[in-house]
Design a protein around this ligand. Sequence first.
Ligand SMILES: [Zn+2]
Length: 306
Amino acid sequence: MRVRVLGSAAGGGFPQWNCGCPNCRGVRAGTIAATARTQESTAVSADGEAWFLLNASPEIRGQIESFPALHPRGPRDSPIAGILLTNGDLDHCLGLLSLRESHPLTVYATDRVRRGFTEDNALYRTLERFHGQVTWRALEPGREEELVGPHGEPSGLAVEAVALPGKPPVHLMGRSPPDGEDNVGFRIRERATDRVLAYVSSVAAVTPAVRDALAGAACVFFDGTFWSNDELIALGLGGQRAEDMAHLPVGGPGGSLAALADHRGSRRVYIHINNTNPILRDDSPERAAVEAAGWTVAHDGLEIEL
Ligand SMILES: [Zn+2]
């Protein structure tokens, strides 16, 4: 299985348009050791021909252009066989609306995420311009689903969605009670090798379900949004703690680095990194701690072969 990180930052990207935090200012000015990053999206393929995108970021156009394997092979064509959504956050879904140039799309999502994006959304009509423009394939937590090409052809990959601790997207908060299918992770299995990529880019806690999602995976991608719970507050960027936003911080005694210290033997990558997170700095002690524990901090363009 080939895995290519198209975007590694959390919502807003790095730097974020309206953010003057030390990281964002430093990366703009070139005064810190850090690299700009676009918002989270990852491409996977078993054969290098048919590709599946995990999440569709607002920066999808540039992300497709950044990776030649996603370029058209004919006058009207795309190697993108399908798009999988982990949740309904706009930084994971808005890219769908940018793929509106009359091209059939297949989207894999839980029923909950599909409804959140399609119902009461006049903009969605741009993806309903002809019959069959979007084919939704329902992901049910716990059931493995074949990933297929536009004509139903096998891709060599299958996905199991895993319900994870999370919350509904901000713009849908309060419209209906939280639901177990608001936020999922993926176990993407390559049929020929049985190798599994565990993709958990947004998660509020390490629960037994999360451990099950990671078990036996050859490669783990994990929520790297914040280093500490009060990161935004300490920088004067608002009153929300990481836990209020359903993100488990990386650092600290209760953080994912400590909680997953026993999880070794697989390639481990932090993704969905907020622009305030000190692990974005190549020379920070937090980056050193993460790397000493065997983790990689994802950057745009990172490629992994499983
Ligand atoms: Zn910032």
